[in-house]
Every structure is written in C-alpha cells, then in structure tokens.
Design a protein around this ligand. Structure first.
Ligand SMILES: [Zn+2]
Ligand SMILES: [Zn+2]
Length: 352
C-alpha cells in the first residue's frame, strides 16, 4: 500500500510503498476512512534528530484517525470486522495506572515518551493502520468516520482542557478562546454546550472571528494590545473566569493573563513556544495556570456522543490521500477553512 511517510528527521515526507499490516495478538488493523492533518506534524518534520529517542522516523504520518475494523488479532473479542471506530492516539500509555484506568491515557503516569500513530508508530496517512492494542479503539456507531477523525485530537484536546475548568465557569461568567482555528472552533462549541458563560473569541483574522460567531461565540475581539481591556469591558469589569489559549505565544499569553478574573483559570493548549510570568504581582489572586495536551478515551467517547447527536459542527476539508502534499501546503499557507482530512481511495465508497 502507498503511505505518506516521514522517512528521515528534518526532510519532507514522501509517499512510499509499504506492506499492508496484519494484526497480532491483541491488535487491530483499521481500514482508514479519514486521517487528519495537525500542526504538530510540522513540528515533527522539523524536529532535531538528536531529540528523537528510540521511535525515530521512518514512520507513516497521521495521528487523527478513524475508520472501520478490518482485521482483529487473537484475543480481541469486543470488536468485529466492519465496526466503525475512532482511534485514541495515546499509544505511549501503560493501560494499567490510575490515569489510564480513569480514561485519561494522555496523562498516563508511566509513559516514557509521547507516542501516537504518526508519532513513532505508523499512522493513518495510509489505507490501513495497525492499532497496537484494541483498548485504543472507541466505537462511533453511525457517525461518519471522516468527521470522527479530527475529534481524536483537535476535538479531545480542547474538550479535555475545558472539562476540569467547568466548576469555575459559573453561569454569567466570561469564557475566552484565543485563536479560533482548527482547535478553537471546537472550544467555542464545547463552552456553549457545557456552560452558561458568555463566550468570547479572540483572533487576528476577520474571517475566523466571523466563523467563531457562527459556531456560537457571543462576542468577538480582534487580537492585539487592546484585547484584554475589551474582554474586561465585555465581562462588566471583572475579567474572564476561564481563558483557553490555543496559540501559546508571548502576546496571546499576555492577553490571557491580563484578561483573567480573580480565581480565574488559564489553560494553554497551543504549543506556540511562548511563556508568561507566574508571580504574585502579575497573576490575579486565586488564579490557576495550566497546560493541557490531547485527551483520553473518555473524552473521545464524550465528544463522539455529542457529534452523533448532531450537537457539534465539524468542518472538514477532504483531500484524497494522494493529494497529501497539497493538503499540507494549503495548511501551511492558511488556505484551509476546516481541518484537512486525507481520504484513502475507496474509503468514500465504503462509507456510502
Ligand atoms: Zn495533533
Ligand atoms: Zn498509564
């Protein structure tokens, strides 16, 4: 089969012919319906060879994967050929610790490295993917697996960042999403579905702010040095109970901290490389600063259920797998509206 692979650190990915995978004991082969592109892929491609541990390239890219069970290995009894599934990408998790047992595999206490399909293991930019353990599969029922693909990363990342903050996002408070691209548009929707807060979207692009309104933002604020003052004004002077920074660069973190209310919570999911001061003077008293990465199987089950009920808008730009280079190019140059998802040939026919 033809797979889109990162062959060597710091080189451009290429198509390569590789053998179709087969399921060993406990494993499952999934026929890929859709495999999403993520900003992390660019970081992977650019990663310094010295920073790769034992799971260095070559491997097939694609860590947002959903499709249908194709082949089950020995001992796998809960899945059958043809079942529609989404793939929880926390493949470095142990499956036994407290966090794993709680469905928070992304916070596994014993993971040694961040491993996932398309990150150390062969991923979904191929007709088939070998899932090393059936516990990584979440059944999706009648939900279109092409729509489920971006939920496995873009969706769970924002959901898992918001969920622990909910007790502090009381009705009538203000919740802010900074950066309303591939991740932020989910965040706007989750805040609308899970809280009674006023949702404010912040972005540098007029088109994305317009989209954020369509996705449920109550107010929109352009990025910049005045954003925090505008958020404070919109919140009646008290500031935001919750800020989700989907960008994570110095200016967005500065806006985030300056927007927080007393006892507010800032969660950073954007790995933009920025930082902010954490001290008694700059951070409002009682405030919490957190980071959040990806999500676990319970988060994936939660949002698959929301999507199945038709409560989530999932905007997907579909590309055939053989147009992977074009898709990455469009992504890199800001030409995408939704999340780019690669479709191996034949997957549309199977979905119909
Ligand atoms: Zn990702
Ligand atoms: Zn664990």
């Amino acid at each position: 089969m033809l797979a889109y692979r990162l062959l060597k650190a710091q080189t451009q990915p290429e198509f390569q012919e590789v053998p179709e995978p087969h399921a060993g004991p406990g494993q499952v082969v999934v026929k890929v319906a859709g495999s999403g592109l993520c900003h992390t892929d660019f970081a992977l491609i650019a990663r310094d060879p010295a920073h790769w541990k034992e799971h260095a390239p070559p491997f097939t890219l694609g860590h947002e994967v959903a499709g249908w069970v194709e082949e089950v290995g020995g001992g796998v009894t809960r899945f059958q050929r043809g079942d529609a599934v989404a793939v929880n990408p926390s493949w470095g998790s142990c499956g036994r610790c407290y966090m794993c047992r709680s469905g928070e595999e992304n916070h596994c206490l014993y993971q040694k490295d961040l491993l996932a399909p398309g990150l150390g293991f062969d991923g979904g930019h191929a007709p088939y993917v070998l899932v090393p353990d059936a516990r990584f599969l979440v059944p999706i029922g009648d939900l279109d697996p092409v729509l489920a693909a971006p939920l496995t990363d873009a969706g769970i990342t924002t959901y898992s960042a918001i969920k622990p903050a909910i007790p502090g996002i009381f009705p009538g408070s203000t919740a802010v999403v900074i950066g309303v691209g591939g991740l932020g548009l989910y965040a706007v929707q989750f805040l609308r579905l899970l809280t009674a807060a006023r949702v404010v979207a912040v972005d540098s692009t007029e088109a994305r702010l317009k989209l954020a309104r369509e996705y449920g933002a109550d107010d929109v604020v352009p990025s910049g040095p005045d954003a925090a003052a505008q958020i404070r004004e919109l919140s009646g002077g008290v500031g935001a109970a919750f800020v989700l920074d989907c960008v994570g660069i110095n200016p967005t973190l500065a806006t985030a901290v300056a927007s927080l209310s007393w006892r507010g919570r800032l969660t950073m999911v954007g790995a933009g490389g920025g930082s902010t001061q954490f001290d008694f003077r700059d951070v409002p008293w009682g405030a919490q600063l957190a980071t959040s990465l990806n999500g676990g199987s319970i988060a994936l089950m939660d949002i698959v259920a929301m999507a199945a009920l038709g409560r989530l808008k999932i905007l997907v730009d579909r590309y055939p797998l053989n147009a992977a280079k074009q898709a990455y190019d469009d992504f890199e140059h800001g030409r995408l509206v939704g999340r780019a998802v690669l479709l191996p040939t034949g997957s549309e026919a199977r979905a119909a």
